[in-house]
Design a protein around this ligand. Structure first.
Ligand code: NOJ
Ligand code: CA
Length: 536
């Protein structure tokens, strides 16, 4: 397609830098490590990489607490390594998307250190400071909660005031209403654009602004204190609109730049409302991983989620995103599949890459990496440490990339910062590379098919008509062709009639049965099998 637009029609692969590839044996992945694996990523067939934070960080939230937004943490490399990474990625046709966490900084960021240094410091107002309410000791000014537990206000004895933090107390929220802070933040955006990055993933962007009067949130029933309130006043404020417009103008000053927002507490309508002209290019709606107490993962539920999402995004005239996994979620293959069986992981990969929307693939998803069950004493992630066993935290989805069967899995010659999954010995890139039936080779073939198919990239989503229970069948249709996707969620062999047409098997273990050439064809799917059919 000559109007191929990388962020709309392509596939974005998320790299969690500290777990991808370690080149100096310190057990932490680094930027040269990512560069050394670019051939692998280009060969896989993705179009862009999104790098989770690699900036200097004290690691209170594993990189999402940043002490300098325009530098590389020395443990991950140097700015020169970053430049090399971008150059080498571009040379292979891969775009680079950075993770910008601009809702908060680390409490060791010089801005916060200065802000904290005195009530009269010019940067005091760069963060959100208040006098505690009179009466109870250090009583917070309102009922807001930190999403990782406890009140969102931290008392600072030196100044007798409290500051706001929506995540850990080491992540003070900045005050976007302060014009100097606002300029400084937008300068961060310009800094990276000038260094050649292609786009940004904006961490919890919709929480940048808080209610001017800091009103308390209304009550609702919920499990944790954070869930027991409607987040009416601590996020999604109207002041976001002019800021997004300004940000978009900056991005549009460069060709084909992109921003995708991580919509906090998202719904499809909310996410879509932040996208379009003078707004973001895209925002995550997390239709498959958020806001459901459990994951039904049945054909009916999946179709409902897709239709609901597409309706919201179509109304807004913007393009959706599809996310099955990321560094905050249990591994996709563990969530939807059973044990080490990869058949459901192939179905999930097919959904990710064949429904409408830009797919975001989390590192290791292509080899079906499983969530690691860590012992309590091994937990590092703040919500896990605080809420175990109610919440086991996110460490289990952040284990080292499994490249080969050597003791360090090809990730590191040293001791990895987090334990390797024991299945690394047999579940890894090297072994799957040599196995024609592996999830890795399936993913490569599917990506190649997608790349060559305007229908899979941009086609209309035609939901299932009537299909036998347990099957998910849909079409993607464009003037240039039609693709039919059939997925068997059951553990039995299934047959189905195909719609009229000359269907050809493009990928999968399904079988076309031509019983009577005068009648429409039939498709047979093995248990947990799948088929992509090309309708020409
Ligand atoms: C969302 C990020 O995805 C998550 O990893 C992080 O902990 C919070 N934002 C705070 O930055
Ligand atoms: Ca390293």
């Amino acid at each position: 397609m000559d109007d191929f637009l990388w962020w709309r029609d392509g596939v974005i692969y998320q790299v969690y830098p500290r777990s991808f590839c370690d080149t100096n044996g310190d057990g932490l992945g680094d930027l040269p490590g990512i560069t050394s694996r670019l051939d692998y990523l280009a060969g896989l067939g993705v179009d862009a990489i999104w790098l989770s934070p690699f900036y200097p960080t004290p690691d209170a939230d594993f990189g999402y607490d940043i002490s300098d937004h325009t530098a590389v943490d020395p443990r991950f490399g140097a700015l020169e390594d970053f430049d090399t990474l971008v150059r080498e990625a571009h040379r292979r046709g891969l775009r680079v998307v950075l993770d910008l966490a601009l809702n908060h900084t680390s409490d060791r960021h010089p801005w916060f250190i200065e802000s904290r240094s005195g009530r009269d410091h010019p940067k005091r107002d760069w963060f959100i400071w208040r006098r505690p309410r009179p009466g109870r000791r250090h009583a917070p000014p309102n009922n807001w909660q930190a999403s990782f537990g406890g009140t969102a206000w931290e008392y600072d004895a030196a100044s007798g005031e409290v500051y706001l933090h929506l995540f850990t107390r080491q992540q003070p929220d900045v005050n976007w209403r302060n014009p100097d802070l606002r300029q400084a933040q937008l300068d961060v955006v310009r800094f990276w654009l000038e260094r050649g990055v292609d786009g940004f993933r904006l961490d919890v962007f919709n929480a940048y602004f808080k209610d001017e009067r800091l009103r308390s949130n209304p009550f609702k029933p919920g499990l944790r204190a954070f869930d027991r309130q409607v987040h009416l006043h601590d996020m999604d404020q109207p002041e976001m609109a002019p800021l997004l417009a300004e940000l978009r103008t900056i991005l549009d000053g460069y060709p084909e730049r992109y921003a995708v927002g991580e919509t906090y507490l998202s719904t499809p309508d909310k996410a879509a409302s932040y996208c379009g002209a003078e707004k973001l290019h895209a925002a995550f709606s997390f239709d498959f991983i958020r806001h459901v107490p459990f994951f039904p993962w049945t054909p009916g539920w999946i179709v409902r989620q897709l239709l609901r999402r597409d309706a919201s995004f179509d109304r807004a005239g913007v393009w959706p995103t599809t996310v099955l996994g990321n560094h905050d979620q249990r591994r996709t293959a563990s969530r939807y599949g059973r044990g080490e069986d990869d058949r459901m992981a192939k179905i999930a990969m097919t959904i990710l890459l064949t429904v409408r929307g830009t797919p975001f693939m989390y590192y290791g998803e292509e080899i079906g990496m499983r969530n690691l069950r860590l012992r309590r004493s091994e937990l590092m992630d703040p919500p896990g440490v605080k809420y175990w066993p109610l919440d086991i935290g996110r460490d289990g989805c952040r284990t080292p990339m499994q490249w080969d069967a050597t003791p360090g899995a090809g990730f590191s010659s040293g001791r990895p910062w987090i334990r390797l999954h024991p299945n690394a010995a047999w579940r890894n890139v090297a072994i799957q590379d040599g196995d024609p039936g592996s999830l890795l080779n399936f993913t490569r073939q599917l990506l190649a098919l997608r790349r060559a198919s305007p229908a899979l990239q941009r086609g209309e989503f035609v939901p299932p008509a009537r299909t036998p229970p347990g099957l998910l069948v849909y079409q993607r249709r464009s003037p240039a062709g039609t693709v039919l996707v059939a997925l068997n969620f059951t553990r039995w062999k299934r047959r189905m009639d195909l719609p009229p047409g000359a269907w050809r098997l493009a990928l999968g273990d399904g079988r076309l049965i031509s019983e009577n050439p005068a009648r429409p064809g039939r498709l047979e799917l093995p248990p947990l099998g799948l088929a992509l059919l090309d309708g020409g």
